[in-house]
Design a binder for this molecule. Structure first.
Ligand code: C2E
Ligand code: CA
Ligand code: CA
Length: 538
């Protein structure tokens, strides 16, 4: 009997021990969350411990013992261990979830390559500085720094060398003990810094120090590289009251510093207003791009013979907060004047390839064409980039079409020809856009390996009423067929034009008569609904 009592006491002690063990993680959980349920649980555990101790006390001084007591203490021992286990496991899961959330928070705010803060964290930082009032208020300068000729390094030595250089550059900038609060990589070869200072002279000196630090030679893979930094500076509160304006003005000053080869420049309202306006606009466009505000719309191309949907053309749009949309003619020409065009084109190409994949998965294979600019026909690495994107998404190159215009080819005809051959070798289709508007359309047709030509909309618009347009379109179709190319007519707006083009033997039609450019979702439902209607009435 006595031994039964001893066993019961031992079992109760195990239960109490389990409950006490669960106290520590339960207190830690309570510190991390403010959920009332955990507070209640902690309270209950303490209550249980007191209850267990009271029963233990009664067992210690009780003369009676038996199976019922033993059974009860076994259940209580199990209960104590159960609570300890549940609380410990919950604690571990909560810690894991918190660590993952912390990691995610950190990764969203840091650049994966250099480990520096990224644009998001930089913007949050400016916001905090702007919100500081009273004794915490500090005037500061925003520095935008961009490497000169980084693209050439990437193109000639490859991206791995470019990445190494950026990592080293980030390390140097971070190691510089200036009065900066944050050094961030905004993307590409663009860095931004905040200096807590309102003295122009000392800001200029710090900027010069940073530029000199960056221009020390870099030893990489047996090469010794020297790169220069252009820095643009805007001041708070002198040049702007909000983060977007401050960043934009530092960006403008950086462009002017680069263009004028001065290296370092402060923003000033007295700068030439026309170029300032242009740079301001370009800066807006760059910010919109960085914030992923651009979207691709898709316009269908319809085959004449079997009324089939042959392809879509991807056309860029810049949707605004108020619901309006800025059309490409208003911002593409501006981007085309800068190297930034290559970034936009790469983004568009990637989007298109991902879209081809998506439509392949939900429907059938469809070709999508993307527009290239003259800057893209000087980008010797573009074909490799496209090849990699196609590989990553497991998309065949024949589903991608690249549209080139005569003006884009003429910037450097030989270079363009070499690059177009690279596209061709990949297996992508090549279309000659806006055909007939340039001076050398015919000679380009002879030399360039294009798969199709797109007759410019200016010839299609009055095709039915204008004899000259009719003759031109008819000749272009004949010529294209004689040189084994497909012909696409752009800007088909009515049935009469459609019928006329059909009679002339045009292969593919594109225009508002079928559909305006649509968002990817709209294009999907168009394929499901309206396209069938369009086929029926065509
Ligand atoms: P584009 O390549 O010649 O594109 C055809 C333009 O004609 C598009 O204008 C399209 O919306 C418009 N269009 C199509 N059918 C009709 C019609 O029946 N009637 C009329 N009036 N217009 C029609 P959008 O989208 O405004 O694009 C203008 C130009 O901007 C494009 O001309 C292209 O040169 C450029 N662009 C658009 N997206 C991109 C892009 O992603 N990259 C580059 N580099 N350029 C682009
Ligand atoms: Ca086009
Ligand atoms: Ca066109």
């Amino acid at each position: 009997m006595l031994s039964l009592n001893l066993i019961s006491i031992a079992l109760l002690c195990v239960g109490v021990f389990g409950l006490i063990l669960s106290l520590k993680p339960a207190i830690s959980i309570n510190k991390r969350t403010d959920h009332k349920g955990w507070q209640l649980l902690l309270f209950l555990i303490v209550l249980f411990i007191l209850g267990y101790l009271a029963i233990l006390y009664s067992y210690l001084f009780s003369k009676q013992s038996g199976m019922i007591q033993l059974l009860l203490s076994s259940i209580m021992a199990g209960g104590g261990i159960f609570v300890a286990l549940v609380i410990k496991l919950s604690y571990l899961s909560i810690i894991k979830a918190h660590t993952l959330a912390d990691e995610e928070y950190y990764n969203a705010r840091h650049d994966a390559l250099t480990g520096l803060p990224n644009r998001l964290l930089f913007m949050e930082h400016i916001e905090i500085m702007l919100a500081a009032e009273g004794e915490h208020y500090q005037p500061f300068a925003v520095l935008m720094a961009d490497l000169d000729k980084f693209k050439e390094i990437n193109d000639t030595l490859g991206h791995a060398a470019g990445d190494k250089l950026l990592i080293e550059l980030g390390r140097r900038l971070q190691g510089h003990s200036c009065d900066s609060t944050i050094i961030a990589r905004l993307g590409g070869d663009e860095f931004a810094i905040i200096l807590i200072n309102d003295n122009h002279k000392s800001i200029f000196q710090t900027s010069r120090c940073l530029a000199e630090l960056v221009s020390q030679p870099y030893e990489t893979d047996g090469y010794s590289l020297v790169v220069d930094l252009s820095i643009g500076i805007s001041m708070y509160p002198e040049h702007g009251q909000d983060r977007e304006t401050l960043l934009k003005q530092a960006d403008i000053a950086m462009y002017l510093a680069k263009e004028s080869k001065q290296g370092i420049m402060f923003y000033s309202r007295e700068l030439d207003t026309s170029s300032l306006k242009k740079l301001e606009r370009l800066s807006d466009v760059r910010q919109a791009f960085a914030l992923q505000q651009f979207e691709l719309y898709y316009q269908p191309l319809i085959g004449v013979k079997d009324k089939s949907l042959c392809a879509f053309e991807a056309l860029i749009r810049w949707p605004q907060k108020d619901g309006s949309v800025i059309m490409p003619d208003e911002f593409i020409p501006l981007i085309e004047e800068s190297q930034f065009m290559t970034e936009v084109t790469r983004w568009a190409v990637k989007q298109v390839i991902v879209q081809i994949k998506r439509w392949q998965e939900i429907n059938s294979s469809i070709r999508i064409s993307v527009n290239l600019s003259s800057v893209d026909l000087q980008d010797v690495d573009l074909a490799n980039y496209i090849e990699q994107c196609l590989k990553d998404n497991n998309v065949d190159a024949q589903h991608l079409c690249l549209e080139l215009t005569e003006s884009s080819i003429m910037a450097d005809r030989n270079q363009a020809l070499a690059i177009i051959h690279n596209f061709k070798d990949l297996g992508a289709c090549i279309a000659f856009d806006d055909f007939g508007t340039g001076y050398s359309s015919l000679s380009l047709l002879k030399d360039f390996p294009v798969t199709s030509i797109k007759i410019d909309r200016t010839f299609i618009k009055d095709l039915v009423s204008c004899d000259a347009d009719y003759a031109i379109v008819s000749s272009i179709i004949q010529l294209a067929h004689d040189t084994h190319r497909f012909v696409v007519a752009e800007g088909v707006e009515d049935l009469a034009t459609c019928e006329e083009l059909k009679k002339l033997g045009c292969d593919v039609l594109q225009g508002y008569y079928y559909a305006k450019p649509m968002s990817a979702n709209e294009a999907e439902s168009w394929c499901d609904n309206s396209y069938r209607l369009a086929r029926a009435c065509y």
